[in-house]
Design a protein around this ligand. Structure first.
Ligand SMILES: [Zn+2]
Length: 132
């Protein structure tokens, strides 16, 4: 079998490479619990090695970017919103978004200029609050 340069392949295929599988295994071995659940005081086994900052198809960021361990539900909902909007939509016990980058936490008067985070999602994230 001949060597295929991973950079010539679509980045979604990079997750099939042995270098990634090894890195994923190592991440989950060293950090076996979901980081997002842990932040809420919940102990959940992690199954996903997730790039904390989206690699955006950049090979070096894919290979070297910092990882966090997540359970699949946290990866599929919270992290997806984080990637899309640039901030977490996690709601704290006080009913307020926990991410300081969330536009609801921006100082008064500069909400419209908050970088990264998109519009307040309304009902879309109500179900992500504590207690679900
Ligand atoms: Zn979780």
């Amino acid at each position: 079998m001949s060597y295929v340069d991973p950079l010539t392949r679509p980045w979604r295929e990079w997750y099939q490479l042995e270098v990634w599988r090894r890195r994923r295994r190592l991440q989950l071995r060293h950090h076996p619990l979901c980081a997002m659940c842990l932040a809420r005081g919940i102990t959940t086994p992690a199954t996903v090695a997730d790039h904390i900052a989206s690699h955006g198809g950049d090979w070096n960021a894919f290979r070297l970017g910092a990882l966090q361990s997540l359970c699949k539900p946290c990866h599929d909902r919270g992290k997806r919103l984080l990637d899309l909007d640039g901030c977490s939509h996690e709601i704290g016990d006080d009913g307020w978004p926990t991410d300081p980058r969330h536009r609801a936490n921006a100082p008064r008067g500069v909400v419209g200029s908050t970088p990264g985070c998109a519009t307040w999602p309304g009902g879309r994230t109500k179900k992500f609050g504590a207690g679900n």
